[in-house]
Ligand binder design. Sequence first.
Ligand code: OAD
Length: 260
Amino acid sequence: MTGAEQREHARWLVSESRAIAVLTGAGVSAESGVPTFRGAGGLWRGRSAMDLATPEAFRRDPSEVWEFYHARLMGLRDVAPNEGHRALAVLEASRERFWLLTQNVDGLHRQAGSANVIELHGTIRTARCSRCARSLPISEALRGWTPGAVPACETCSAPMRPDVVWFGETLPEPALRQAEEAITHCDLMLVAGTSGVVQPAAAFAFHARARGARVIEVNPEETPISAIADVSLRGPSAHELPELLGEQERARLNPHTEDD
Ligand code: OAD
């Protein structure tokens, strides 16, 4: 199939589906200017995020981990959702059932208007105590913060941590439950912007496929998910995701185009 035929086929699969599960990764935010983990720009002070986003790194040097997350947070200050995020929000509005499973912690899906967002790896927008249940907006935890400092819990004095899932940690139980529901009930799984190598998210498309769902992948690069995808669209998600919308949905994505 040519690229145009693939796109046409994918659009047809989307139009036929009633229950869509979407799995997104860092690539979906790339066009918003957020660096991916395994791509160029994924290093911080020469270190990989995979070295710093771990419980061991936090135990060893919590202040360094906070510096890393502070830098990521600062990087998100002027960042806005792109057409890919917006296309997914439009798609949700016209489906009976829709789940957006994201590995991203940047909050851009909600900002774009998506409602049923399941943040598999947590969110960088809140901080929580590493010991008790206290949690609060990260901006409050970092009020008056200076490099080298570690915010302390006001309730129990233990170090606060970003409310994200680190390597080696299990995903939050509610997120896993919702992912299971999505995998069980979707008739289409749309996977966009993920390298498909971090478990358990990487396995979701395989499970959905085994239950009979169609799979569409959007990624400029081949990934392990490509092998089971009905269609792989090899372009950036900010371009490819809007292309999957029907005519009426597109009008909602660009409400002013016809008047211009
Ligand atoms: P990665 O950085 O591993 O992969 C990003 C993927 O996006 C790659 O497959 C790229 O080819 C693709 N990509 C790049 N630009 C794109 C674009 N414009 N449009 C579409 N795709 C594009 O990020 P994730 O797969 O999200 O976990 O990584 C998964 C998890 O590993 C992250 O959530 C994080 C990380 O370490 C934790 O921190 C626990």
